[in-house]
Design a protein around this ligand. Structure first.
Ligand code: ACO
Length: 324
């Protein structure tokens, strides 16, 4: 049986740090409000780099950590809701910059669950025998999609990229369970409109706003439920118990979501890796950034079992149980 294992991680965030106090100069908010409601203290905001720049730097680091050549990559998947352009894809731009001449490349839209959907797709490509080495990137310059006058959304997000290299293995377990869910009936919880539908037959609307809008409390409840349910499902699929799991890495949207989910599932909060205080919500990038930080801190040893859980617009959600 061919398994999909993780052989490298990488991440990159823009240098520019925007603190909650900096944010309070733009909108009517405070460090106290933001930190107590979300756990966020600061975020990185691009001063010129676009999504492909962040994606390339994270992917390049992941490739070095994986210790393989760019030419060995068979596929590059980039999960993003803030691409440089609809075409070419961010994945194609990264393919060229890495020199990954043998790789197919495409972007994937699953919002904040993007890396989970990308890793699930990569697992299927690898287990089927179609591909051996796959780069999965979650990258966002979400700052360009924010209404910087709307305090209820602009304080929550940051820019960044995380990447994972997956490889076929006959020896290690790697991905032991995958669970993906979509619920289009909740599509109005989180929205980011694309091009306005306008042409010689359809006049422009004065109030068209291509920025993020959100039903915060609905998202909160959806997120807690998704984390709690999906942990149970992947544990059951892998025939494991919660005690067998070293870490749970959820999408970093809000510290309180993670704390609620921990309480609801009866799992100690110490098992949940949290770094939202420094980066805020970087959408598809959060889980990759977290994994790379965990590797750098030497928190993951061979054989450790980790659950990755995402949730995001669509609404989409999903989890992966992986042996390191
Ligand atoms: N600073 C100060 N006051 C604020 C701010 C702010 N940044 N934002 C909102 N407020 C005010 C509101 O105007 C409101 O004031 P009012 O009572 O005078 O009308 C008050 O705070 C309460 O607003 P709520 O929206 O009810 O605040 P709530 O307690 O629900 O917290 C929050 C909002 C933090 C967004 C919460 O709903 C939440 O965490 N939701 C989850 C959504 C999330 O994490 N989204 C991330 C993106 S989605 C994703 O990643 C999948």
């Amino acid at each position: 049986m061919r398994h999909a294992i993780i052989i490298g991680t990488g991440s990159y965030v823009p240098e520019n740090i925007m603190t909650n106090d900096d944010m309070a100069k733009l909108v009517d908010t405070s460090d106290e409000w933001i930190a107590s409601r979300t756990g966020i203290r600061a975020r990185r905001i691009s001063t010129g780099e676009n999504t492909s720049d962040l994606a390339y730097k994270a992917a390049n680091k992941a490739l070095q950590n994986a210790n393989i050549e760019a030419r060995e990559l068979d596929l590059i998947i980039c999960a993003t809701i803030t691409p440089d352009s609809f075409m070419p894809s961010v994945a194609c731009i990264v393919q060229e910059r890495l020199g990954a001449a043998n790789a197919a490349a495409f972007d994937l839209t699953a919002a904040c669950t993007g890396l989970i959907y990308g890793m699930a797709s990569a697992t299927a490509f690898i287990e089927s025998g179609m591909y051996k080495n796959i780069m999965i990137i979650g990258a966002e310059t979400i700052s360009k999609a924010l209404d910087w006058t709307d305090r209820s959304t602009c304080v929550l997000f940051g820019d960044g990229a995380g990447a994972v290299v997956m490889q076929a293995s006959d020896v290690n377990n790697g991905v032991m369970a995958v669970h993906l869910v979509s619920d289009g009936s909740k599509q109005d919880y989180l929205c980011l409109p694309a091009f306005e539908l306008t042409n010689p037959y359809i006049p422009r609307k004065d109030d068209y706003k291509p920025t993020i809008s959100m039903k915060g409390q609905e998202v909160f409840k959806f997120a807690v439920r998704s984390i709690t349910d999906h942990i149970k499902v992947v544990l059951e699929k892998a025939s494991l118990r919660e005690e067998d799991i070293k870490y749970i890495v959820t999408h970093q949207a809000n510290c309180r979501i993670i704390e609620h989910a921990a309480r609801t599932s009866g799992i100690t909060i110490d098992k949940f890796f949290i770094n939202i205080d420094r980066y805020a919500n970087t959408s598809a990038a959060t889980i990759g950034i977290a994994l790379d930080e965990m590797v750098e801190k030497n928190l993951l040893q061979s054989g450790d079992k980790v659950i990755l859980v995402g949730f995001g617009a669509g609404m989409t959600s999903g989890a992966i149980l992986v042996e390191w």
